[in-house]
Design a protein around this ligand. Structure first.
Ligand code: SF4
Length: 366
């Protein structure tokens, strides 16, 4: 069968990839000012979403007058794959596709095929995953798996149908998202992780129903402390329920025991039910910062590189790609940017000047 053109081009372009012996690559292993390597790249493929969750994309800000990125501004899939290839040579081992809502981006399967074709130096495939609100997952799960995606994470903040629609400010039914999770598991996008952002007084009463629903399912439910991401969600510290408080609530019903981390830089603290009914996680950016081994970078839909979820500014890599810069030059630019990285917002929260707006999570992904 004839190879699709873009794969032929891929092969030709990989000839342009930084040579393993190139000085840019063989130079000392890439690390930032705190010795943190670059291992995890989050690629936002769109700033659009069909939900308007208050902590991420409040409708009063992201309403019908909001100017989303025009199509020509977005990185084309070949450009994204080109950049990803350089990141992999520089040390990235995991790529997470995000948004906005990534499943809204047309022909996303094509990008996934390009990324799935990338090989890390020891020949292993990349850990290629995606975060979605699940509303389109039931229809796309098999295609995503066939294209080469390995896992998915689904954001779900409530099981109560009315509360779910209120929190997502959408007409989507929670049952649609639950069917999407089932379809992902059936398609082999496992383990499916389910992320719940907990807000005191809003959905914290859903902690136990969510735990009961996913116990024994094989899916990993993670509880996320409500974060002051971006500059539009009106974050109040009083609405944060800490990871400790969440665990205490669960422990009263289901005894838990701590599990060791799976890999350096993992965001979730892992716990398992003592009765063998599976694993949960807590993500504690507010009460217990994890910047110390943060190895994550973020690429915006139009190719700006951000070094922290709470960053103020990004670095334009699209210009390099569009003016035909070689892989060595691109690698050199990324190396210079990352090695100067000092970001550790969660450790410094409350002590930093707050006059500069932080980048929106709906733009660079969670
Ligand atoms: S606050 Fe920034 S540096 Fe800290 S863990 Fe989050 S993304 Fe990493």
């Amino acid at each position: 069968m004839e190879k699709p053109l873009y794969l032929v081009r891929m092969a030709r372009e990989s000839a342009l990839a930084p040579r393993p012996d190139s000085p840019i690559v063989t130079a000392q292993a890439l690390a930032d000012t705190r010795g943190r390597p670059l291992r995890d790249l989050r690629i936002s493929v769109t700033d659009r979403c069909n939900f308007r969750c208050g902590y991420c994309m409040p409708r009063e800000v992201f309403g019908h007058r909001h100017a989303f990125l025009p199509q020509p501004a977005l990185l084309r899939f070949e450009e994204t794959a080109r950049l990803a290839e350089v990141f992999v040579v520089l040390g990235v081992r995991k790529i997470r596709l995000t948004g906005g809502e990534p499943l809204l981006r047309k022909n996303l399967g094509r990008l996934i095929e390009l990324l799935a074709a990338l090989r890390i130096p020891d020949g292993e495939p990349l850990d290629l995953t995606l975060t979605t609100n699940g509303s389109l997952l039931e229809r796309q799960a098999r295609m995503l798996r066939a294209a080469g995606l390995r896992r998915v994470t689904v954001s779900l903040d409530a099981l109560d149908p009315i509360l779910f629609q209120r929190l997502s400010d959408s007409q989507t039914e929670v049952a649609t998202v639950l069917r999407g999770i089932d379809a992902a598991a059936e398609a082999g996008l496992t383990p499916v992780k389910v992320n719940m952002v907990v807000r005191r007084g809003l959905n914290d009463h859903q902690i136990l129903p969510m735990a009961e629903h996913f116990r024994g399912s094989g899916h990993i439910l993670r509880f996320i402390e409500y974060m002051d991401v971006g500059s539009t969600n009106g974050w109040q510290a009083g609405e944060v329920l800490s990871g400790r408080e969440i665990l205490d609530r669960l422990q009263t019903h289901y005894p838990l025991e701590a599990l060791p981390g799976s890999y350096p830089g993992e965001v979730a603290e892992r716990w398992r039910y003592r009765d063998g009914q599976g694993e949960i996680g807590v993500i504690t950016s507010i009460s217990h910062a994890f910047c110390g081994d943060c190895n994550r970078a973020r690429l915006s839909p139009e190719g700006r590189l951000f070094l922290c979820l709470f960053a103020h500014q990004g670095y334009d890599l699209r210009a390099l790609v569009r003016r035909g810069a070689g892989a060595d030059e691109i690698a050199g630019a990324i190396r210079a940017i990352w090695s100067g990285r000092t970001d550790a917002y969660s450790e410094q929260r409350g002590r930093l000047a707050t006059d500069r707006p932080r980048i929106e999570m709906s733009y660079i992904g969670g």
